[in-house]
Design a protein around this ligand. Structure first.
Ligand code: MN
Ligand code: MN
Length: 452
């Protein structure tokens, strides 16, 4: 029985805006956002994220990083207790929805040279038309040499685009069709050039473009076979709103969580347990492959740190005793489409970091779910540290849903729950996050690392 008589106000759940809860912290929120905006503007692929993080950690004492094929990275710090007591792990993903170049991308049609793509992850295809796009990635040349490509970000660079049909003629081809059929993946071709080689007999533009590519980068057409080239929205992230309260950017999902995890592991004062920020690839296509969360990279990381810390530990035993956060974004309540949400359980922009007890869809299918006990522990540390937090479920029960990497780490028996900010326009080329939610995510991750 509670000793003190509770007022009605204490008994009912009432959520306050994150701005109200963090009143007086504008300076911290803006400083955090400024650094994040510069990160998210410059880092647009998983490879770029990994090389940024390696560079950032150079000379940082006591922080180790273990890399997986330049596309995933584990950032580790030793805790006070031995590995056999378990770890604290925050896993987030570095890949974002985008358009990948096909293996044979170059073709010419009607005196335009274009690059064919195959989209990666869940995109709404029409959002990628008629907007500036940039090309990022690497090419392994015939002689085995690697070259980095980044075209379209610098103001002096040209950029690329996908053309869209004029409205005057779009009746049959687009307006009268279902949205799903009106825009086809096969038409997501990048306009790459249009000046012909006047000496050539046929394929004149393609010949000119190939000469240009060879002159600029030393590459030949076959080199596209050994390349990871990604087409992403061109241009930097921006502050949004007259009050500058939001951040518009490509790739908040999920680099907003990866950034928070990296900052937290660098800033944490005292770590009770060895802590890992596990930043993986391929979440957007089901965590497949040797750089995704299904790759068992975490076991390799455990072997490596046991060796480094000179501790005899069995990875699966340590992982079973671990606590984890799956740092990923959720969809915020959308005022233009209220019907897809269940208002009582949807996260709101600006109300702090969002805890998602379970993911999955239609009867919790494919879900990872945190237990009452683990939710209790998480909630207690966030309350103790006064971190603005809320809960969120992605959409109405039968509306759809989605998963994260949580279930692949849960396979080791660790406790894990999804915690990250809620976004508007999730998976769009320009996603929206609230500054206060981004900062609350960092505070939550810091609390998770430092609290017993
Ligand atoms: Mn995600
Ligand atoms: Mn996603």
């Amino acid at each position: 029985m509670p000793k003190k008589k509770q007022t009605g106000k204490d008994l009912a759940l009432e959520r306050k805006s994150g701005w109200e809860q963090l009143k007086g912290k504008d300076k911290e929120i803006n400083a955090y956002s400024k650094e994040y905006i510069s990160f998210i503007s410059g880092v647009k692929t998983e490879r770029e994220a990994v090389s940024y993080i390696k560079e950032r950690l150079k000379g940082k004492r006591g922080i180790y990083s273990i890399e997986n094929r330049k596309k995933a990275i584990a950032v580790c710090r030793k805790g006070n207790l031995p590995l056999s007591e378990g770890l604290r792990i925050i896993v987030a993903h570095l890949d974002s929805p985008r358009l990948d170049l096909k293996v044979n991308p170059l073709y010419e049609d009607t005196d335009l040279v274009m690059l064919k793509t195959h989209y990666y992850g869940g995109i709404k295809k029409y959002q990628w038309l008629a907007r500036p796009l940039a090309l990022h990635g690497v090419v392994i040349k015939k002689d085995g040499g690697l070259i980095h490509i980044e075209i379209g970000e610098d103001e002096k660079d040209p950029c690329f685009t996908i053309e869209d049909l004029l409205p005057h003629l779009a009746g049959k081809a687009q307006y009268n069709k279902n949205l799903k059929d009106a825009f086809q993946g096969e038409k997501l071709n990048i306009i790459f050039g249009s000046i012909p080689d006047l000496k050539a007999k046929d394929g004149k533009v393609k010949k000119n473009i190939l000469q240009l590519l060879h002159k600029k980068f030393g590459i030949i057409e076959e080199d596209f076979v050994s390349a990871d080239l990604e087409v992403v929205p061109a241009g930097p992230a921006r502050e949004i709103g007259i009050d500058c309260s939001l951040i518009g950017a490509y790739g908040h999902d999920d680099r907003i969580c990866a950034w928070a995890a990296l900052k937290a592991i660098m800033d944490a004062k005292d770590l009770p347990l060895t802590t890992i920020a596990l930043l993986v690839d391929k979440e957007e296509i089901g965590s497949e492959g040797n750089t995704g969360a299904k790759s068992r990279f975490i076991e390799e990381v455990l072997w490596e740190i046991s060796e480094r810390f000179k501790e005899d530990s069995i990875p699966t035993k340590a992982l079973y005793r671990s606590k984890a956060i799956s740092g990923d974004v959720n969809g915020a309540f959308d005022p233009e489409y209220p019907d897809v949400h269940e208002k009582t359980n949807a996260a709101k922009l600006g109300y702090g970091v969002c805890i998602t007890k379970f993911t999955g869809s239609r009867g919790k299918s494919g879900a990872s779910e945190a237990s009452a006990e683990y939710m209790g522990w998480i909630r207690a540390i966030l309350n103790r540290r006064k971190v603005p937090w809320q809960t969120g479920e992605l959409g109405k029960v039968d509306e759809g849903g989605g998963g994260t990497v949580a279930k692949y780490l849960a396979e080791y028996g660790m406790d894990i729950v999804d915690i990250g900010p809620a976004l508007l326009s999730m998976h769009a080329p320009f996603e929206l996050a609230s500054k206060v939610d981004a900062y609350a995510t960092y505070l939550a991750y810091l609390a998770f690392m430092e609290e017993k």
